[in-house]
Ligand binder design. Structure first.
Ligand code: NAG
Ligand code: NAG
Ligand code: NAG
Ligand code: NAG
Ligand code: NAG
Length: 612
């Protein structure tokens, strides 16, 4: 039945071809990596309107006694050989009880047990009704909600720029931040605030917040900590609530934008999440203290510390386009920008992963594990060793290239980062020390997307550079991706990745063994499978019916029920844990806008193996 429904949506209707073309364009525009597509399709735009959205997030460090704090610190030190001063401070502040925690100890003790966790991403660029909250999410009786990004399209213009090119939202000086015709508002904090307010006052969304929080009516949105609701609302951001489409760590107003986002979630003023210089990554434990039923929600920040895409992912594409054209101005920056004028693109993956690591004799180098082996606990960090390398004449070229990478925007890491070394240390520490039976890792960008080539430029389709192998997701950042794949499949308990961003929804399982994708993900000898649930597009503005073609076809077998087993209409994710059977099982679902279950995968939590 659910299949039939989906099929009906995808099949061509009486609108015929025009609608299909329009829908394809809308969907293409909406994909995060759509920087490029958006440029190609920019003349096909939808109606004017104001953008909208929401947000909320979790707070609260786990409370530890003094002795436990000391132990946690020493554990951290032994597990994390390169823990630096900043990181130590962070971890200390993260385990300090917050005022709001202290106030809510009693509240917590009588909290409802969380079994049904809803999550989703990508509301709407424009101000429209958001029926899904009332028609589907509330009736699904969620005990908690997690935002996986794009609660507000804060960088989105309030007018159609193709039709209003001289409007102040559309006519700005173009540079690397604002090269896209729709990106004049990137970094504009005042506009972002309006967009958040618009979303938070959306009538459907307000009804949802009232359902989740008995105290919501007595609080303005800035003073209600949504993680303390009867049914908590948690979250992290993605590019549009970061206020720069496909944005990275160079965002000039990222500190202000962070405060704004956390205001929208009601995160307390004294939360370490707000600290200067760090992203909003955080752990929130659901059912805390309930033996055998804890669920850790690990909210990642994939914007604040993110490098520009690795050079190889768009070098040919940019060379093939004309960077003097406004819409490809980012290419000029990508290839010729940066402090040294050698391009802002991230060079490390080309130099190390694709370069040094492929030279067989380097396997004997003592730095091999740190630089080239994602399975190693040392992987991804080069620290004090820089001196050692430099002094060690074994490989002068290597020493030179590492030193060459260390500039004001570069951290001491040999890989192009999405999380950054500090957050990766934190994540590993959290995973290794978590007692939770289920760990939900919330990643704004898909960890596993689609390793096949697809058309990323409509211009001159026959040219090889018109094809790409990734958008703006982890498939572009292979060394960083493998680091996480390894961490998630070796952590105690069971890890499930929750993601969004692509404006369609699906469930993917990365299986060990020889598969068509094994080489793309280095997955042959993973110790166990890894499941990713993507729920993206909550309204018809961000989740239009879309055909199973191009980027949306899973040609390599990551979707357990076939290449086209995805949902392209408005949808959200639901993780339901059945605590009463042993071992406990989770049902991972995608639900549509009238509550229907469109996709489902069961998962045994003790083995972390998908079951039918
Ligand atoms: C999308 O949803 C809005 C709000 O519910 C509605 O007004 C509009 O007609 C819908 N558009 C389409 C194409 O279904
Ligand atoms: C954009 O603004 C500049 C002046 O700031 C003006 O010269 C130009 O004509 C404007 N472009 C459009 C398309 O209105
Ligand atoms: C909310 O405020 C009203 C009065 O404005 C009061 O009667 C009610 O008890 C308050 N509810 C909560 C949950 O604080
Ligand atoms: C860019 O393209 C031109 C012509 O296609 C080619 O000669 C040149 O080597 C390319 N440059 C780079 C950096 O790939
Ligand atoms: C090399 O090692 C020596 C001592 O072992 C140290 O003093 C020096 O700073 C190191 N670095 C360089 C670049 O020579």
């Amino acid at each position: 039945m659910s299949r039939g429904l989906r099929k009906a949506r995808v099949s061509s209707s009486c609108w015929g071809r025009f609608l299909r073309i329009l829908l394809v364009a809308v969907c293409a525009l909406s994909i995060a990596g759509g920087m490029i597509l958006a440029r190609e399709f920019s003349s096909l735009r939808w109606e004017d309107g104001a953008g909208i959205l929401h947000a909320r997030t979790g707070v609260s460090g786990r409370k530890l006694s003094g002795g436990e704090v000391l132990k946690a610190k020493s554990d951290a030190r032994s597990a994390l050989p390169f823990l630096d001063a900043t990181e130590k401070e962070l971890q200390e502040s993260a385990v300090e009880p917050l005022q709001s925690d202290a106030d809510s100890v009693l509240e917590r003790a009588k909290r409802r047990l969380v079994s049904r966790i809803g999550f989703g991403s990508c509301t709407s660029r424009v101000a429209i009704d958001q029926h899904i909250w009332v028609n589907s999410i509330i009736p699904s009786d969620v005990d908690a909600w997690i935002w996986a990004g794009d609660i507000a399209y804060t960088d989105w213009p309030d007018v159609n720029c193709a039709a209003n090119p001289s409007h102040i939202h559309c006519n700005c000086t173009r540079n690397w931040l604002r090269s896209n015709p729709d990106s004049c508002l990137a970094g504009d904090v005042a506009h972002a605030r309006l967009k958040f307010e618009e979303q938070l006052s959306n009538l459907d969304y307000s009804k949802f917040v009232d359902f989740m929080c008995s105290t919501s009516k007595n609080n303005s949105w800035r003073s209600l900590d949504l993680s303390l609701c009867d049914r908590p609302i948690l979250g992290t951001w993605d590019d549009h609530d970061y206020n720069w489409q496909d944005g990275d760590k160079r965002m000039p107003t990222k500190e202000e934008q962070k405060q704004l986002y956390l205001d929208a979630l009601g995160v307390p003023r004294n939360s370490p999440r707000r600290s200067n210089g760090r992203g909003i990554y955080w752990r929130h434990t659901l059912n805390e203290g309930v033996a055998g039923k804890e669920i850790d929600v690990l909210l990642l920040d994939e914007r604040f510390h993110r490098d520009t895409k690795p050079c190889h992912t768009r070098r040919d594409f940019c060379n093939f386009t004309n960077p003097k054209k406004t819409k490809y101005m980012w290419c000029k920056d990508f290839l010729e920008g940066g402090a040294a004028g050698t391009g802002s693109c991230c060079k490390k993956d080309d130099q190390f992963w694709q370069g040094w690591c492929r030279i067989l004799e380097n396997r004997a180098n003592p730095l091999w594990n740190q630089v080239c082996n994602p399975k190693s606990p040392l992987y991804g960090f080069v620290d004090a060793n820089i001196e050692m390398i430099h002094n060690n004449s074994i490989n002068e070229v290597f020493a030179w290239s590492i030193l060459n990478q260390v500039d004001a925007t570069s951290d001491l890491s040999v890989l192009c980062e999405i999380l950054g070394p500090q957050q990766r240390r934190w994540l590993r520490h959290e995973l290794e020390n978590s007692q939770a039976v289920l760990k939900l890792v919330v990643s704004g960008s898909p960890l596993i997307s689609n390793p096949t080539e697809f058309v990323c430029s409509q211009a001159r389709k026959k040219h090889p550079a018109a094809y790409c192998k990734c958008y703006d997701d982890f498939d572009c950042f292979q060394p960083a991706q493998r680091n996480l794949l390894h961490m998630f499949t070796t952590a105690p308990g069971c890890v499930v990745v929750l993601t969004g961003d692509f404006h369609f929804s699906d469930i993917k399982i990365l299986q060990p063994g020889n598969r068509r994708y094994s080489n793309d993900y280095g997955s042959t000898d993973l110790p166990r499978p890894l499941v990713q649930v993507m729920a993206s597009g909550l309204t018809n503005n961000t989740a239009a019916p879309a055909a199973c073609e191009g980027f949306r076809i899973d040609k390599v077998g990551l979707r357990p029920n076939g290449a086209c087993d995805f949902v392209s209409g408005p949808a959200f994710g639901l993780i339901e844990v059945d605590w009463d059977i042993l071992p406990p099982r989770a049902r991972l679902q995608i639900r549509g806008d009238d509550g229907q279950v469109l996709l489902e995968q069961k998962l045994s939590l003790d083995s972390c193996v998908p079951v039918s």
